[in-house]
Design a protein around this ligand. Sequence first.
Ligand code: ATP
Ligand code: MG
Length: 764
Amino acid sequence: AANAADPLLEGLNPSQERAVVSRGPALLIVAGAGSGKTRVLTHRIAHLIRGREAWPSQILAITFTNKAAAEMRERIGDLLGGAAEGMWVSTFHSACVRILRRESERFGYVSGFTIYDSADSRALLKRIIKDTDAASYGFTPANASSKISKLKNELLDASAFRTTMNDADPRDRLFAEIFTMYDQELRRANAFDFDDLIGQTVQLFRAHPDVAAVYQRRFRHILVDEYQDTNHAQYSLIRELTRPTDPEQTMRLTPPARAAELDDNGVIPAASLTVVGDSDQSIYAFRGADIRNIVEFERDFVGAEVVKLEQNYRSTQNILSAANAVIGNNFDRQEKNLWTASGDGEKIVGFTGYSQHDEARFVAEEIEDLHRQGLAYGDVAVFYRTNSQTRALEELLIRSAIPYRVLGGTKFYERAEVKDAMAYLTSIANPYDPITWSRLLGAPKRGIGPMAEAHLAIFQEAHDLSFHEAMARAAEVPQLGPKLRGSVLALADMLARATQMAVGGGTTDVEGDEAQPAPVGDVLKLILDETEMIEKLRAKRDPQDDARAENLEELLAVAREFDVKHPGAGLIAFLTEVSLVAAVDDLDDTSGTVSLMTMHTAKGLEFKAVFITGVEEGLLPHQMSVDETGGINEERRLMYVGITRARERLYLTLASTRATFGDISAAMPSRFLQEIPEGLVHWRQSPGEVTSRGGTQSRALNAPRGTGGGYAQRPSRDSSVAFGGPSQGSSAALQEPSNGNMQSALEKWRERKRLAKEAQASGG
Ligand code: ATP
Ligand code: MG
């Protein structure tokens, strides 16, 4: 009450207020979904800055996605009435990249280092597996990469693996070799993989106490959202950043430490740490997230204060009761007492379709209904467990001309043509990286085949050159014929000009010494013009290639936008932004569109209306989790995350038959449905009401909308189900359409999507 006049505390309940104003060395906020954890974190930061307890530059706030970081930064700006300059609000990965770029010379990298995404890592592993003949031992790029990733998340490198492995097992020995080669290759390529970003930052701090001291001094307040999903490497990073500075290093700091900064021991005391989390929402065990980080917080951070939040401000009572009931079936948890003042609200709606298309049709119709009732499309989200479920949903949304976006699907930066163009920029920043160099050689095709590439690579290695330098000396590589030599030299020349632009452009400023880098957009424009990538795609007159050309134009627009937003920041800053966005989430603006995403992506978000689709055994819980220890509990937490995203309306949908990999099989309702008290759900069509024949047949014949399009007449797998049922249909009818059919169906589908987009744009 004493703070009633403080606008930053207004409307907060007593526990929330405590979480904002409390000032100890460590604070743990544990609470269920929707209880205001993220909100409290945001207010706490604003409170620190506004009260002049900290400069914005002394704050490091960690969020789970870039999108969440952007939102938090904006919220803090709103609360303070102006952007807080110099504040780090970012993901673990972004924060680490910033640190590594600044300190790269410490470990013999150049600051233009490449960040390998998972596809790049797998490309590298593919070569290594081939060289070591590891495929015959069952290694694939995918399984090797996930094994390496798990180890790196535990901060274990190849030599650490060697000490723990079974020496008698040839597979282990081989894996150790693959791992060693992989890390060696990364280093030679001046590249980090995604897990290295965090692991290497921890190593950097441990190996260089003077560097650690700089950041320990700088960040006085460290705040971490979604702490339950941190893995060991991330936890270690927090530990390093929250140590008091080393006494020896304290004396050497520049600028020198002021007396006011030092404690009684003559060192800069540990930064204050605030973490918020909900162990019921831990859903990343498969990526090494360790729930113990939150459970053992008090032991790790002595003197930690714990604040519990129990009031949920997001959802209606019905939704909350369903969430509480489901998660109550996990026995390994601390009981929570989450309540809401917002009344029962609408019942949860259940629907069982006879197929995934029938399910999708229901979702689309219901969204239209909600929309007619005045709900904006942007307030609606559709969740699913696996990405493969999107196709049926997208088809029906397109048919109904409902605007939507898929979050975290095939991401913009993962598209082949975008990666091709990006390879040029990446290679300019890091001409030692073989993966990107190899990619650009063949994009577009210019007759430089694998043999020529190998000869150049051998020459490069023998003379200790960058790949660009090696190409410029193609005349010295006798194996290259005159024609090949010509195209290599032309490419080298183009890259040299682009590099020149990117680093200095040859222009000098008024003082005459500082070279001015050209805007990133100009560099990219040069590349696109000289390679004629866009023209070549356009010339094919294929709608899919048109879409690819558009993507390249979009990339150019992204670069230009970056130049405007960050004048003079340059190529490396651009690549950093892109690589991080690409790897974690996308920038898509979802205002005005329905959002489609996996439940993993949904974490931390909220929507007025939520559809959870495919609530079936084998999907949710996922088949893969069933045999794994703790697997079902993790799936249940995922279900809990999904349910608690909904504010007012929640739909749980499933299908009684589902096609996977071309087979149609009967689907069972998820066990999680049975865990929800019956009275909370109004079944529009319950699992018991659906058989593969009978009542649902008429539905198939009277498809309410969109029957006019050519694609609706495509022989559908589902109609065969409706008429015959999976056991009676001829097997031919049940198979996936042949590839050709599939292709043309897909094309038509894309065409419709384009038309729908146009209709939308013209307000139709
Ligand atoms: P999650 O566990 O899903 O991440 P959370 O605990 O971080 O949830 P928030 O997202 O911070 O919860 O808050 C949930 C919703 O409740 C938000 O819309 C937020 O603005 C609102 N909210 C939180 N606290 C209050 C409050 N004291 N008064 C009004 N609204 C509140
Ligand atoms: Mg949150």
